[in-house]
Design a protein. Structure first.
Length: 427
């Protein structure tokens, strides 16, 4: 569940406009080719090309960083900002994402809100919250797979990966069961609007997304309001009633945090499960191993986060002041784009990086980012994907890919199959 990813499709297009790449006249630069839809099925050779210049200044004055060490240095650099107001010229907050979420804040404001959220999301204060969902997750995954049994052809995205995260996050937040169907519809409309292309899609797709965001915000706001003075198990209730050392989160901040878990968590988990199933079907010997040794799933999901990460790019950070990265001075106010998926395949950090190897040691991938914005939903995304992949390989009957490569979603940032058709049984 990644920290930095509400850069929506219209923003990708704006960013493509902002980030022209240096190349020979008439020949598009490497970054432009990565952003072009034709590269979606396999951007990795282009990332290798980028790594030849670890810090590359673009014609528009922005910088692209593509190597592991430089990306981690930058993500852990306090002179880097996630706040659109520190870009020069400033990006509008509509382009950069809502400010009420700590994804788009810097220290100390970010640290306070994140600390308040983490008190209820994981160790040391609430160590059992995510692991406590394991039984519910296993039952939910099992129920979705029950519906696929006996079908000759299934779509792993539509039939399985898409409905799963909403169900799980609603349970985590403590959304009443009767409200859950509306959450599925809202997330569906929001997802459709993220991949909105003004040239080919009806404007209704965008309007439905805007309306769904508003309805979701309103409903979450009402749920939080009703939770005041009524402590309960869900995250909404815990946050609404918490008087911890940092005080209590404002209702608008609780709603923003819940929206991050619902939307960012959805985009990434769907991609992670779909990329995972695709990778396993391309590596049948690993699929067979996972069926025989379920414990393999833990390192396997880590390798998946390195090898086919759901979030490929952090589209922007801003330099608070001049910073030096790999002997390059990046001036204050510059837009910096971080190519996470490229860093995770950097041969200087990972031996034989283009090989999918679930036994890989010391796998400090960039799949969840790094530094203070390290994905705070990571533990939940890991568990969802571990249970999903274990059950799918155990219960699907001789699954085979219908199309390889499958069709991909438009986004180069949140890269994953839009559909993953699989045949099973005798076919």
């Amino acid at each position: 569940m990644h920290q930095h990813q509400h850069q929506h499709q219209h923003q990708h297009q704006q960013e493509e406009g902002r980030t022209t790449t240096t190349g020979t006249p008439g020949k598009p630069g490497t970054l432009q080719r990565i952003f072009d839809y034709s590269a979606r099925a396999d951007p990795y050779p282009l990332y290798a090309e980028l790594r030849q210049t670890p810090v590359a200044r673009q014609e528009d004055g922005s910088y692209v960083i593509s190597t592991y060490r430089e990306i981690t240095d930058v993500l852990n650099d306090p002179h880097l900002s996630s706040d659109v107001r520190n870009l020069s010229p400033p990006m509008s907050s509509a382009e950069g994402g809502a400010r009420s979420s700590f994804i788009h804040m810097d220290s100390p404001e970010h640290d306070r809100l994140r600390r308040m959220a983490m008190r209820h999301f994981g160790p040391p204060h609430t160590p059992g919250l995510v692991t406590g969902l394991e039984g519910f997750l296993t039952a939910t995954v099992g129920g979705l797979i029950d519906d696929l049994a006996g079908k000759e052809q299934i779509d792993v995205v539509d039939d399985f990966a898409f409905p799963l995260p909403v169900t799980v996050t609603c349970r985590l937040l403590g959304v009443p069961r009767e409200d859950e169907p509306r959450f599925h519809l809202w997330v569906n409309d929001i997802m459709n609007s993220i991949d909105y292309d003004p040239e080919t899609d009806p404007k209704e797709r965008l309007d439905k997304g805007v309306r769904a965001r508003e309805d979701l915000r309103q409903c979450l706001g009402e749920l939080v309001e009703r939770r005041h003075g009524r402590p309960g198990d869900g995250l909404l209730s815990r946050l609404a009633n918490d008087d911890g050392p940092d005080g209590r989160m404002a209702d608008a901040e609780i709603v923003a945090t819940a929206k991050v878990l619902l939307i960012a968590g959805h985009e990434t988990v769907v991609n992670l499960i779909a990329n995972g199933m695709l990778t396993l079907l391309r590596h049948p010997q690993v699929l067979k191993r996972l069926r025989d040794e379920p414990d393999l799933v833990v390192p396997l999901v880590e390798e998946l986060l390195r090898y086919e990460p759901p979030v490929q790019i952090i589209p922007w950070r801003a330099a608070y002041s001049d910073i030096t990265v790999a002997d390059t001075v990046i001036p204050q106010g510059s837009q910096i784009m971080l190519m996470l998926a490229s860093g995770s395949r950097d041969p200087k950090r990972f031996p034989d990086p283009d090989r999918f190897d679930p036994d890989r040691r010391d796998n400090q991938h960039l799949g969840f980012g790094s530094g203070i914005h390290l994905c705070f939903g990571g533990p939940l995304a890991r568990l969802e994907t571990q249970i999903a992949l274990t059950q799918l390989v155990r219960r699907l009957d001789r699954p085979r890919l219908v199309a390889d490569p499958p069709p991909y979603r438009p986004s180069p940032v949140l890269r994953g199959p839009s559909h993953l058709a699989i045949e099973q049984g005798d076919g």
